[in-house]
Design a binder for this molecule. Sequence first.
Ligand code: PAF
Length: 281
Amino acid sequence: MIEVLRTVDGMRRWHRQTTGTVGLVPTMGALHDGHRSLVRASKGQADRTVVSVFVNPLQFGANEDLSAYPRTFDRDVELLKEVGADAVFYPSVEEMYPRGESLTRVAVGRMGQVLCGRARPIHFEGVTTVVMKLLHIVEPDYAFFGEKDWQQLAVIRRMVEDMNVPVAVVGVPTVREASGLALSSRNQYLTPAEHRLARNLSKALEAGRSRYEAGERNRDAIRQTIWNWLQEQGLEPEYVELVDPDSLETAPRQLDAPTVAALAVRIGRARLIDNLMLGRN
Ligand code: PAF
């Protein structure tokens, strides 16, 4: 049986009555196989798994898709029952932000301003603020995040470390369609033609990886390979960058350590991101 908890008090009561370790999978709903793999990872490590479903207004910019973001709660609960989650924390906006606005925010400095942070300047502060709240409300032993949102994962790891939050942050590998397209709730925005075009994100990253594996270590050469691939398909990248996996700082000109190649591209209504690790098995 899965319990649906809509209040902070209810969530805390559930935790008090639970024995063993707890894993938290924070989500904004519109669940897909990527989320399924996060729940599986949690079930593999923790005795109980809580999934939060909350579309967090704080992390959406004024011109972003807050109102259009897919909300499919009944379907989400069915998926979570099937995969064996124990509880769903499903608060309203009023329950999470009872005073209308959170005056206190968790800022992650420069890590939130690079990569996606350039186009979405308030996004990561919104993410860290809500994740910090969720960690305080649920008090999990483990929290699971997808590697598809590499910047989010790195920012949350750093927040947890900087603030001594007693939780182990676990990154879970990206789940992809057979075509290579990384699963994302925002893929729902794509028309069939755009969906075909979107396969090029992972293909471009793979082209960069092939050069790396052939011995290329020049950062700009690999970046250019990825960029060119996208442009040749008629895509205009918002960014393509090679960065340190932990600090997110630009990788050195000659790559000498594991590096994340990350990109963002807008296709139709969707802003899609993807990344791939170079130099780590
Ligand atoms: O990755 C997401 O779905 C969201 O950014 C998160 C971590 C649930 C915070 O709202």
